[in-house]
Design a binder for this molecule. Structure first.
Ligand code: ARG
Length: 720
C-alpha cells in the first residue's frame, strides 16, 4: 500500500488527472494534497486522516446510509429517504406521517426509529491484511480458504468487540488484496426528530428520482441517545441525547457555482475494475433479466396493495427501493447500449496484456491472473439463472423467516465462535429486530401473490436445478399448477402462527427437536428443505473462496499497471468510509444543452401540479409566490437555492452524507446522482458524473418558514 501512495503523489505532479474521480480512503488524502488545494480545500488535508478529530469525528454511518452530527446534542442530519423506513414504521393509513411529515418540538416528542436503526461512529480503521491472509498457503481449496478467512475475521472481530458498545468488521479492499478492521461505536437508541411532509421530502417522487433538474427537500433528522453515563444502550426512557465530540457548523448560504465541496460517507459498492467478461454478462444478461423480475415485483405489489390502503403503507419502503433499482438498471442498460464501454474495457485488458509482454518481471508475476479469473467467472455464470430464481423465491418473508429460525437452532448447538456469521451472540439483537419489523412491512394478500409468482418462475427451471425437497413438500411438479399451489399456500398462511410477533420471538429459543416436532407449515418446510439448501450453500462458499484467491491477483496486476501509467488507484466502494471531492458544476446531458447547477423555489413551484408527486404544500406555495426568501436569499439566483449539482464521485450508500465546503462547514446533503451518471458505478465519465444535493439554504428555509422547526435551528450553529 505504501508504494501505491507514493505513486499517487508522484502522478499528481506528473499529470493533473480528473481529480473528481475517486472514493479515497482517508489515509490516502495527504498524497492528494495538491489536487485538494487546487480544487479549493482550505483546511489541511492531514486533518481528514484523523477519524476522531474535526471534521471526521462528526461523520457517521446509519448502516446503508451516511449522516453527520449537526449539534452538540446528538442531532443527526440525513436524507428523508434514509429515515423513510422509520417514518413508515410510525405511520398507518389514518395517521400517515409519510404524507404529513413529523416534527418533535421537544426531546420528549421524538419517536422511536424503526427496530434496527443505528448510528455508527467510526473510531479506528487498521490494516489487518497480514492477520487475514498472511499465512494462507496458495494450495488451499476454495472452501478451506473461505473458512480460514472467515475464522480469521471472526477472531479479530471478537477481540475488537470485547470493548462494550462497539461493533467491528473486517472489510476486503481490491477484491481481497487488502483487509481493514473497522471499529465503530454502535448507538442503538435512535429517534426520529423531524421529517418534512412527503410532498417536500420526496417531491417529484419516483418520476424525478435520478433526474435533474430537481427540487426535492430530501432531508430529515434523527437523534442519537445513550445511557446516562454516555454509553450505547438499548432504547430506554432514561437515556439522554449523545454528546458528540464534534459536530458540523451549518453555513446558511449553501454554495456558489464552482465552489469546492467534499463528501465523507459510506458508498456501498462500485465495479470499476471488473473484467470484460463480467461487464458483458452484467449488461447483456443480468441487468435486463433481473429488471424484468423487479418490474413484475412492483406490479404485483401495486395491484394487491391499493393506494391509501394500510397494505400500501406497509410496502412503501419496499416499493421505493424496487422503483429506485428498476430505474437505476434501466439507465445503465441505456448508457451501455449507446456507448462503447465494453470496447474500452477490452482495450484496457489488451493494453495490460501487451504491457505484460514487454516486462518480464511483471509478466511472470501476473501472467495468468486475468485468464484464471475469467475462467472462474464463466464457470460461475452457468448457474446464474437458477440463482436468480432461487433468490427471488427466497424473498418470501414467512418461508425465509422459518428457515432463519431453524438455522439459528442448529447454529446454537455449536460454540459461539464456530457459528455462521449472522447467528452468533453478537447478532442476536439484530436478529430479533428483524423479526420485529416483519408486521409493519408485510401483508398476507400481497405476500401470497408474490410467492405464487416467484415460485411459478422457479418452476420453469429444469428439474435437475430445482430444490427437490421444496418441490415435494409443496407439491410442485414439473409443470407448475398455479391453482393447486394457491390452495397449498392458502392453507399454509391460514395455519401458520409465524405471523404473530410473540410466536416468532419464541422460536428464537427453541431446540432443533422442537422444530422437528412442530406442525407449523412453514417450520415444517424449513426443516424439510434445510439439508439440500445447506449443500448448495457449501458449493457457493467453495466458489467464493476461489474468487478470494483469484480476484486479488487480478487486482495486483491492475495496480501494477496503473502504477506504470502513473495513475493513482482507489479501491472499489465497499460500504467503508471514503472521501470524495469536487466542485459545484453543471453538465451537458445532450448535444446543445447545458444544465446549470442550481434549482430555485420558483422552479419548484413551476413544477407543481397539485397532484402527487408534484403536490407541494399550500403553505410552501404561498411563501414562494410572496417571494418570502428571508435570510436565505441568494443574490445571484435572486431566489433561494433548492438543489445543486457537483462533480463528487458518489454512489448508493453515500445518501445522507453531509456536503462540506472548503472550511468543512455543512452546506447541504447529497441525495442522488443524475440519470446519465448511473453507469458511473462501472464506468466513470467526468463529463456526465454529477451528485445531486439539497442545499443547506433550502433546508433552513423549510425548517424556519414552512415547518417552524426553530427548536432545531436554535440547536445548531449557523454561519452566515
Ligand atoms: N436515487 C436515490 C439513490 O439511490 C434514492 C432516492 C430515493 N427517492 C425516491 N424518490 N425513490 O441514492
Amino acid at each position: 500500500m505504501k508504494k501505491l501512495l507514493i505513486t499517487a503523489a508522484l502522478s499528481v505532479a506528473a499529470l493533473p488527472l480528473a481529480a473528481d474521480e475517486g472514493m479515497w480512503q482517508p489515509h490516502q488524502l495527504p498524497s492528494l494534497k495538491k489536487e485538494l488545494k487546487a480544487a479549493g480545500l482550505k483546511i489541511n488535508p492531514n486533518k481528514l486522516t484523523n477519524l476522531t478529530s474535526f471534521p471526521m469525528g462528526a461523520i457517521v454511518s446509519l448502516g446503508g446510509c451516511s449522516a453527520a452530527f449537526l449539534s452538540p446534542e446528538g442531532l443527526v442530519a440525513t436524507n428523508h429517504h434514509c429515515t423513510y423506513g422509520s417514518i413508515q414504521f410510525n405511520s398507518t393509513a389514518e395517521d400517515n406521517l409519510i404524507e404529513k411529515g413529523f416534527l418533535a418540538k421537544s426531546f420528549k416528542e421524538e419517536l422511536k426509529a424503526a427496530p434496527g436503526s443505528r448510528v455508527y461512529v467510526t473510531e479506528a480503521v487498521n490494516d489487518v491484511t497480514a492477520d487475514i491472509i498472511g499465512k494462507l498457503p496458495a494450495s488451499l481449496s476454495g472452501i478451506d480458504r473461505y473458512k480460514a478467512i472467515e475464522n480469521n475475521r471472526k477472531a479479530l472481530i471478537s477481540e475488537c468487540e470485547s470493548e462494550e458498545g462497539y461493533r467491528c468488521r473486517v472489510s476486503a479492499f481490491h477484491g481481497g488484496l487488502e483487509y481493514f478492521l473497522i471499529k465503530q461505536m454502535e448507538i442503538k437508541d435512535v429517534r426520529l426528530v423531524y421529517a418534512p411532509a412527503g410532498a417536500i421530502g420526496k417531491y417529484g417522487g419516483d418520476i424525478d428520482n435520478w433526474m435533474w433538474p430537481r427540487h426535492t427537500g430530501d432531508f430529515s433528522f434523527y437523534r442519537a441517545y445513550v445511557s446516562k453515563d454516555g454509553k450505547p444502550s438499548e432504547y430506554s426512557e432514561d437515556n439522554v441525547p449523545y454528546k458528540p465530540k464534534h459536530f458540523l457548523k451549518v453555513n446558511a448560504d449553501g454554495v456558489k457555482d464552482g465552489e469546492f465541496v467534499m463528501i465523507a460517507g459510506y458508498p456501498g459498492s462500485t465495479n470499476r475494475y471488473r473484467t470484460s467478461v463480467e461487464v458483458q454478462n452484467q449488461f447483456e444478461w443480468y441487468y435486463p433479466t433481473f429488471r424484468t423480475l423487479v418490474h413484475d415485483y412492483i406490479d404485483i405489489i401495486e395491484k394487491n396493495a391499493p393506494e391509501d390502503s394500510d397494505a400500501r403503507v406497509k410496502y412503501a419502503s419496499t416499493l421505493a427501493s424496487l422503483n429506485n433499482v428498476e430505474k437505476n438498471w434501466g439507465s445503465m442498460i441505456e448508457s451501455y447500449g449507446k456507448g462503447d464501454f465494453l470496447q474500452r474495457k477490452t482495450k484496457l485488458e489488451s493494453s495490460l496484456a501487451n504491457w505484460l509482454d514487454t516486462d518480464r518481471e511483471m509478466s511472470e508475476k501476473h501472467r495468468d491472473s486475468i485468464n484464471a479469473l475469467n475462467a472462474l467467472i464463466e464457470e460461475n455464470q452457468k448457474k446464474q439463472e437458477t440463482e436468480m430464481k432461487l433468490w427471488a423465491m427466497g424473498r418470501d418473508a414467512l418461508s425465509s423467516t422459518a428457515a432463519r429460525l431453524y438455522r439459528l437452532a442448529l447454529e446454537k448447538q455449536k460454540p459461539d465462535a464456530e457459528r455462521e456469521p449472522g447467528y452468533q451472540e453478537r447478532d442476536m439483537t439484530r436478529f430479533e429486530e428483524g423479526l420485529k419489523r416483519f408486521n409493519r412491512r408485510w401483508d398476507a394478500d400481497v405476500a401470497k401473490e408474490l410467492y405464487k409468482y416467484f415460485v411459478g418462475q422457479y418452476a420453469t427451471l429444469p428439474m435437475d436445478q430445482r430444490v427437490k425437497s421444496f418441490d415435494s413438500a409443496m407439491g410442485v411438479g414439473e409443470n407448475f399448477d398455479e391453482a393447486a399451489f394457491a390452495k397449498t399456500i392458502n392453507t399454509m398462511f391460514a395455519n401458520t402462527k409465524l405471523t404473530d410477533q410473540e410466536t416468532r420471538l419464541n422460536w428464537m429459543t427453541k431446540s432443533v427437536n422442537d422444530f422437528k416436532n412442530s406442525s407449523d407449515p412453514f417450520i415444517k418446510l424449513a426443516v424439510a428443505t434445510y439439508d439440500e439448501n445447506y449443500q448448495r450453500e457449501l458449493k457457493e462458499k467453495q466458489i467464493s473462496g476461489q474468487f478470494q484467491q483469484l480476484r486479488p491477483k487480478y487486482m495486483a496486476a491492475m495496480i501494477d499497471y496503473y502504477d506504470h501509467l502513473n495513475k493513482p488507484i482507489y479501491a472499489d466502494a465497499n460500504s467503508t468510509l471514503r472521501i470524495t471531492f469536487g466542485n459545484v458544476k453543471g453538465y451537458s446531458p445532450n448535444d446543445g444543452t447545458f444544465s446549470v447547477p442550481f434549482t430555485t423555489l420558483e422552479g419548484l413551484l413551476a413544477k407543481n401540479t397539485g397532484e402527487e408527486p408534484f403536490n407541494s404544500p399550500e403553505k410552501q406555495n404561498k411563501l414562494i409566490k410572496e417571494k418570502m426568501y428571508g435570510k436565505y436569499h441568494d443574490k445571484d439566483l435572486d431566489s433561494v437555492q433548492v438543489n445543486y449539482l457537483t462533480t463528487v464521485d458518489i454512489t448508493g450508500g453515500n445518501s445522507g452524507s453531509s456536503t462540506l465546503n472548503g472550511n468543512a462547514e455543512f452546506v447541504g446533503l447529497v441525495f442522488d446522482g443524475n440519470y446519465e451518471s448511473i453507469i458511473g458505478d462501472w464506468d466513470y465519465d467526468p463529463k456526465l458524473k454529477r451528485g445531486i444535493h439539497v442545499s443547506s439554504a433550502y433546508m433552513l428555509w423549510v425548517m424556519e418558514y414552512v415547518d417552524g422547526a426553530d427548536n432545531l435551528i436554535d440547536e445548531m450553529t449557523i454561519i452566515r
